[in-house]
Ligand binder design. Structure first.
Ligand code: SAH
Length: 351
């Protein structure tokens, strides 16, 4: 093993900050042995802060309309093959009601950037959920908005926000997004969210087109400096009706390595085993947990719209993805030594 890699592993395991070259060495050194070497201490760290608890968040994909045209994403506005839908406030509240009865105490409202949902309407939905389920946390994942809009939604009762930065390299960002979108604005949005007081999540796709180990190292450096509360990562999976159809998918193995790295970098991080990971491999979710993830986000959307929230091909929208089968998820997690818990699962106060 070369010396940069040895130093990098040492630093990671003892929670010291790493430099660009060190992150690159770990990413390039990806192997079964390295993954084992990192998943063991990652598991130990996770156990120290979270025991064997896995948090569940109920995902409500409330609109697949989007004004953006990201090259990788199946719900991009340029995809005319997609059947578009929008849930009503009543639909969303009934998803929450169903979820609440199943034990969910966090609702994640996700959508494309749908201009139909202006601040007033969204704030009304958020406050209705907040009023009806005062013991639940509300997470938003609805893309880039103004500081003013983020504030208004925060005041209405949303306390968490997921906005993947997608890539921390400005030139790579341009290769994934049309000219109408800007890297600078995305990063500014993340700063605004944190400043307002949201528990903020960023994240990126693993193996997105044109991505290099240097780009991934930049993602990790950004996360190391930004210190988000949550990080969502999953493999890129190509979608047939996008400019990236036919591009190679990201791999299970690199995603698992990155999950362990993130757990070691920031032991108290909320780190989901994502749907994309469950889609790429039948045991992806379990393997993600074993590598260091501590959150799963089952789908609470009405069954008939799930297939239309098609970010990528073959998106897993059955079985454990559905809240109805939460008991099978509980069983599955128990089999690998973990326990699904239903408390809100805020970031531990040690953070
Ligand atoms: N409009 C919201 C939600 C976007 S969808 C926003 O802008 O934040 C949630 C995430 O799905 C995206 O941030 C992206 O990282 C991921 N995603 C989109 N297309 C994907 C694909 N083809 N493969 C894997 N993940 C994808």
């Amino acid at each position: 093993m070369n010396t940069i890699l040895t130093t990098a592993i040492d630093k990671l395991v003892s929670h010291r900050p790493l430099g660009q070259e060190e992150f690159v060495a770990i990413i390039e050194g990806n192997s079964v042995e390295l993954r084992n070497e990192l998943s063991l201490p990652a598991d130990r760290e996770r156990k120290q802060y979270f025991g064997n608890r896995i948090y569940i968040r109920g995902l409500i994909e409330f609109s697949n309309y989007c004004k953006n045209n990201c090259y990788y994403c199946g719900i991009r506005c340029g995809n005319q093959a997609l059947c578009r839908y929008r849930l009503t406030a009543e639909d969303i509240l009934s998803c929450c009601q169903k979820g609440y009865q199943s034990g969910f105490r966090t609702f994640v409202l996700q959508s494309g950037e749908d201009p139909y949902f202006q601040d007033e309407q969204l704030a009304a939905i958020v406050s209705a959920i907040h009023w009806r389920f005062p013991d639940c946390a509300i997470t938003l994942s609805i893309g880039e908005r103004s500081m003013e809009s983020y504030k208004r939604l925060f005041d209405a009762g949303a306390s968490r926000y997921l906005l993947r930065h997608e890539t921390a390299d400005a030139a790579h960002y341009v290769k994934l997004h049309p000219a109408s979108m800007s890297y600078k604005n995305r990063m500014q949005c993340l700063k605004d969210l944190k400043e307002i007081g949201y528990q903020t999540g960023c994240g990126f796709m693993v193996g997105s087109p044109f991505q290099t180990p240097e780009h991934l190292a930049k993602d990790l450096l950004f996360i190391q400096a930004f210190k988000p509360h949550m990080v969502g990562i999953g493999p890129f999976i190509s979608h047939r009706d996008t400019p990236f159809s036919g591009c190679a998918n990201g791999t299970l193995e690199l995603t698992l390595l990155l999950i362990s790295i993130l757990r070691l970098m920031q032991p108290t991080l909320l780190l989901p085993a994502t749907t994309a990971l469950a889609t790429i491999h039948p045991e992806g979710r379990d393997l993600g947990i074993l590598a260091g993830a501590n959150v799963v986000m089952p789908n609470l959307s009405p069954a008939h719209v799930r297939k239309d929230y098609s970010l990528y091909d073959n998106k897993s929208c059955t079985e454990a993805e559905a809240a109805e089968s939460i008991s099978s998820l509980k069983e599955r997690m128990a089999q690998i030594g973990f326990q699904i818990v239903t408390d809100r699962g805020d970031t531990p106060s040690v953070f």
